[in-house]
Design a protein around this ligand. Structure first.
Ligand SMILES: [Cu+2]
Length: 158
């Protein structure tokens, strides 16, 4: 009677089963990452978004539904270089307008410095959207809301 050997084999099988499960989980995880990371796609509609103090300008501002590549550029503006008026970095937030007039955030790209460009890929359905910069910063004790200063623009997906 070799009970120890049977027990040892049982433990080994359990270990193999655990490894197989871990392997499967890793496989799923890898596949998940592959499908969610959106790489530059020639089928994407490109929209150039200029961010400045204090405006957002999208070109074009109306695109067909699908994958959209927003290329957000913080325009170089030497008059703002000392930072005394704020606006050293901007965000691009893409919000969808709901029927009740509220906005639902669809995606963002943050902390775009002067002269810098960052891309944001989103798959958008037809609807009314707004491009926003929601940075609020303190300059000399005053809260400066970029949105309130004018950094928002209507954007249409048809
Ligand atoms: Cu801003």
């Amino acid at each position: 009677m070799n009970l120890r050997r049977i027990v040892a084999l049982g433990a080994a099988s359990a270990a193999v089963a655990t490894l197989a499960m871990l392997g499967a989980a890793c496989g799923n995880s890898a596949a998940h990452h592959t499908t969610t990371s959106i790489t530059p796609d020639t089928s994407a509609t490109q929209v150039a978004v200029q961010l400045s103090n204090w405006a957002i300008k999208a070109s074009p501002d109306r695109v067909p539904a699908g994958i959209i590549q927003f290329v957000a550029t913080h325009q170089m503006d030497h008059s703002m270089m000392d930072g005394s008026q704020g606006g050293e970095t901007h965000d691009l937030d893409v919000a969808r307008k709901s029927a009740d007039g509220s906005y639902k955030m669809m995606g963002s790209v943050k902390d775009i410095s002067m002269g810098e460009s960052k891309s944001l890929y989103l798959t958008l359905e037809p609807g009314e959207y707004e491009l926003q910069c929601n940075v609020v910063e303190q300059v000399d004790g005053n809260a400066i809301s970029h949105y309130a200063k004018g950094m928002h623009e209507t954007f249409t997906v048809s």
